[in-house]
Design a protein around this ligand. Structure first.
Ligand code: ARG
Length: 588
């Protein structure tokens, strides 16, 4: 469906043309002063400069043409030349009826679908997921869903950290603990065991031990680097061990991401581009892009006009080892080859922004990526504790993601209505969903780039701008529809009549802006804008609900009209939370 503001802009724009001005001066936007009008057009003010006429004269010419137009309830000029617009209730009601019939509630799919890879999640194998990873998963999932909803071909890739130093560390610790394993026997040419020599719990204990030791002992660190290098050079035993680490770890990660309702299309990682590194280096050499600096091979990526120093990107270290920048560049190489993307969106901690700046510039400069491929870096801020420092456990350690989820679910459990007769299983299910909504919405409702304070009490509250409040509104509407026997007619609309109250009209107006809000949130990569929208919508619904006695209304047409309005609100809210990756419980 065409957006309502687009429809209005068209009509007003045509009037500008008829009066001899450019069409885009007729652009209409939502009003800054909802107390005065619903929509406004400021074009007369901008046109006045170009056409050297007073804005009020231009505005009045436009009004003359539009005052009898069937879309408008009223159209008037204000101040120096603003045009204030209210639309007819019947126009609004028709628009909502069309929305109700549309499977995407009025959101049109793009006519130029792009192939978009969303690189998010970014878990590192062998290391337990910590709270820092929650943002990458939650924001990335929402970004992926929104772009897909608008008709793009979107591929989500977890891009595992599976090729770095942490693997060398695990190998070195395993060797200390179990030197007799065949993986460590030089020139061993037999088969390696099929079963991994550790469980996930052991693995999660091996890495921190190795990390602590390596950090306090230079020799051990050097050894870990050597293991990593030998692995990357194809040492058979280490490759076999690495495969075990990957199996055990990925199995566990899949469960965790599943429980978060985060789903990747691709489970690729840094190691998957390994096979392309050789040809990429060849390409860079042949075309003379690299030069030697202190033994390493580097490429300059600084550009004229840079406001800060952008150092050269290192492609190969002096010992021939590859780095994070090498794998990211080779991953672009691989993605172009396998998926021909138009865009790659990276959802990563903003502290990595320099790294990505270097990688993107290098990909463009070396023509690995042509001008048709664009890169978006969505760098997110840190999740902090109430002390303003990165979120920690009470003991001061790094909080594991699963513990965090448990905490928030417990907090929700305490708030759930104990009067309702939920079975133990149902109540746990509800707490799981509502808890996740608290966590995800608490994250997504913040502007992505900003650090925010993780506040369990606030996020899990059933009142205010929180996930549980939104879910509660949805569940409330569902229960109204059920009581009224209207559930089955969920998508069927009874013609909506003119609103009976101010609150009802406000709700209708808010609903009509859904497609605009989804488009904006998607193309600005700003899930917080969609959160803002559904919070306002929920408030609008709850005000309407308290002002109208829906179920006991005796005028059947009126009642049906209100039920349709409720059902459309429910559908819009459900669609929105689904775009945010949030699941709705049946009851709560
Ligand atoms: N594994 C990385 C980390 O934990 C994040 C990966 C992000 N994606 C990428 N293409 N580099 O920091």
């Amino acid at each position: 469906m065409e957006k309502l503001i687009k429809m209005l802009s068209n009509t007003v724009g045509d009037a500008f043309i008829k009066c001899g001005y450019e069409k885009n001066f007729g652009n209409v936007s939502a009003s800054d002063r909802p107390d005065l009008c619903q929509f406004q057009c400021n074009g007369a003010l901008s046109a006045s400069k170009k056409y050297k006429k007073s804005p009020i004269r231009i505005a009045n010419e436009i009004l003359e043409l539009l005052k009898k137009n069937s879309l408008f309830e009223s159209i008037s000029s204000a101040g120096p030349g603003f045009i204030n617009i209210n639309i007819k209730d019947s126009v609004l009601a028709d628009y909502l009826n069309n929305m109700s019939r549309d499977s995407k509630c009025g959101c049109a799919e793009t006519d130029k679908p792009l192939t978009i890879i969303v690189d998010y999640g970014g878990a590192n194998v062998a290391k337990p997921l910590h709270v820092g990873h929650i943002r990458a998963a939650v924001i990335g999932e929402a970004i992926k869903r929104m772009h897909r909803f608008l008709g793009n071909n979107v591929i989500g890739d977890v891009h595992l950290g599976d090729w770095g130093l942490q693997i060398g560390m695990v190998i070195s610790e395993l060797k200390r603990r179990m030197p007799e394993l065949p993986y460590f026997i030089e020139n061993y040419d037999g088969e390696y065991p099929i079963t991994p020599p550790f469980t996930i719990d052991e693995l999660e204990n091996i890495y921190p031990a190795a990390n602590a030791l390596a950090k306090s002992n230079d020799e051990v660190m050097e050894e870990c680097r050597k293991f990593t290098f030998d692995l990357q050079m194809g040492n058979r035993g280490y490759i076999a061990l690495w495969k075990h680490i990957l199996d055990v770890s990925v199995n566990d990660l899949k469960k965790i991401y599943d429980s978060l309702n985060v789903h990747f299309d691709l489970w690729l990682g840094e190691s998957d581009c390994e096979k392309y590194i050789g040809e990429m280096i060849e390409y860079l050499k042949t075309n003379n892009y690299m030069y030697e600096s202190n033994g390493a091979l580097v490429i300059d990526v600084a550009e004229e006009g840079d406001s800060h120093n952008i150092p050269p990107i290192i492609i190969l270290k002096s010992n021939g080892a590859t780095l994070y920048s090498t794998t990211d560049l080779a991953t672009i190489w691989q993605r172009i080859r396998d998926y021909e993307p138009d865009k790659i969106i990276y959802v990563v901690d903003k502290r990595q922004s320099l790294h990505f700046e270097q990688v993107f510039r290098c990909a463009k400069k070396t023509k690995i990526a042509d001008e048709n491929l664009s890169f978006d870096f969505i760098g997110f801020g840190t999740m902090n504790g109430k002390d303003g420092k990165p979120f920690k456990t009470r003991e001061g350690g790094v909080m594991r993601l699963q513990d965090l989820i448990k905490n928030i679910q417990n907090s929700v459990l305490k708030k759930l209505d104990s009067d309702k007769e939920f079975s133990e299983q149902e109540i746990n299910n509800i707490a799981a969903k509502v808890g996740l909504s608290a966590l995800k919405y608490g994250d997504l409702s913040n502007q992505v780039t900003k650090d925010y304070i993780f506040d369990i009490e606030k996020f899990s509250s059933f009142e205010g701008n929180t996930g549980p409040y939104i879910l509660y509104t949805i569940v409330r509407i569902k229960s109204i529809l059920k009581k009224a026997g209207a559930e089955k007619n969920y998508c069927v609309t009874h013609l909506m009549h003119e609103p009976k109250s101010l609150y009802e009209r406000e709700l209708m107006l808010k609903l009509s802006k859904f497609n605009d809000s989804v488009e904006y949130s998607t193309y600005e990569n700003a899930p917080n804008k969609l959160c803002e929208y559904i919070y306002d919508l929920s408030n609008a619904y709850n005000r309407f609900y308290h002002s109208s006695k829906i179920i006991s209304e005796s005028d059947i047409e009126q009642r049906n009209s209100w039920l349709s309005l409720s059902s459309l609100t429910c559908k819009v809210l459900e669609t929105s939370v689904d775009l945010l990756g949030i699941e709705v419980p049946e009851r709560m």
